[in-house]
Ligand binder design. Structure first.
Ligand code: GLN
Length: 250
């Protein structure tokens, strides 16, 4: 266990080997890469391995070959963009996405999968940050406000019917850490979850939301993205949805 303050400490409820779905090994036989340039890739690797899949940290172009799926972690999208270009990963990654590699992006990963950024950061020469693209969405970075940095809420999340009990599908507990929201979705992009301003649980964010429900999870074909971080709460179902997408079961 890391000392408090370390990012790993957020992982209060790690994926448990006692969980029946972990025992069933929903991911077994799969090779799932996690882009390991910056950010919380370790948490995603742990989530992937807890599902029974083989997790592979990806830092070199050759490590993209033979993957069944790839996760782009949370972190800092500008740093991941710069490092991906420096490590000559950006173009191969675009090619794999275009060829249908299933990819899940959380937070900074969502930004990196977006076609457009409403408010891109610029480098010292004035060049805007770049994305890998693939998802026909426009995101706004740090959309919920820098000052709050982090909040948690429960979301209704579509596509998790496999986890239904007699009480229905339990909400997803979502941790937002300077996350983006989705301002535009193109045709073919399915909205999976929104933060609803009318819900009293979100009252502290009503001003930021400006009375509008904000999209925080989307899917398009083999691409999945969330504004929040299921990898830090022990929420297994978003990774499971991704694995089911890889398997062609969702
Ligand atoms: N604000 C970060 C960015 O723009 C994302 C934060 C995160 O991934 N937790 O890249």
């Amino acid at each position: 266990m890391q000392p408090p303050g370390h990012y790993d400490y957020w992982m209060t409820n790690p994926l448990s080997a006692a969980d029946p779905r972990v025992r069933a090994g929903i991911g077994s036989g799969l090779r799932i890469g996690v882009l390991a340039l910056q950010g919380d890739f370790r948490e995603h690797l742990r989530a992937v391995e807890a599902s029974g899949a083989t997790g592979i940290g990806v830092r070199r172009p050759a490590e993209l070959d033979g993957l069944d799926g790839l996760i782009i972690p949370g972190g800092e999208s500008t740093a991941i963009d710069k490092l991906a270009r420096a490590f000559e990963l950006a173009d191969p990654l675009r090619k794999h996405i275009a060829e249908g590699l299933p990819v899940y992006g959380s937070c900074a990963g969502m930004i990196l999968l977006a076609h457009d950024i409403a408010d891109p950061a610029t480098d010292l020469a004035g060049n805007p940050q770049q994305t890998f693209g693939g998802l026909d969405i426009t995101v706004r970075r740090n959309a919920f406000g820098r000052q709050r940095e982090s909040f948690e809420t429960d979301l209704d999340f579509r596509g998790l019917d496999f986890s239904a009990t007699e009480n229905g599908v339990a909400p997803v507990h979502a941790v937002f850490i300077r996350g983006p929201w989705v301002e535009r979705v193109g045709p073919g992009v399915e909205v999976l979850a929104q933060v609803e301003p009318a819900d009293p649980a979100h009252a502290s964010h009503a001003a930021d939301l400006q009375g509008t429900a904000r999209i925080v999870a989307v899917r398009s074909g083999q691409l999945l993205a969330t504004s929040f971080h299921p990898e830090v709460t022990g929420e297994k179902r978003v990774h499971e949805l991704f694995i089911r997408m890889i398997r062609g079961e969702a």
